[in-house]
Design a protein around this ligand. Structure first.
Ligand code: ZN
Length: 56
């Protein structure tokens, strides 16, 4: 089974890891949060690493 997560904003599954940019991303990386970008609505959000199996 493929592990995938959906965008919390639009529900699309077109999300992919985003480049870290800035101090905030480094700080959140410390808490195991990885930045992701939605290709559907272009929203940017953070997701706990290793927990990409959330399916609504
Ligand atoms: Zn989206």
């Amino acid at each position: 089974m493929m592990s995938h997560a959906s965008c919390p904003y639009c529900g699309e599954h077109k999300i992919r890891p985003s480049m870290r940019a800035g101090f905030l991303d480094l700080l959140l990386e410390f808490f195991s949060l990885t930045p992701y970008r939605c290709r559907g609505c272009r929203a940017r959000f953070y997701w706990p690493r290793g927990r990409m199996r959330v399916v609504q």
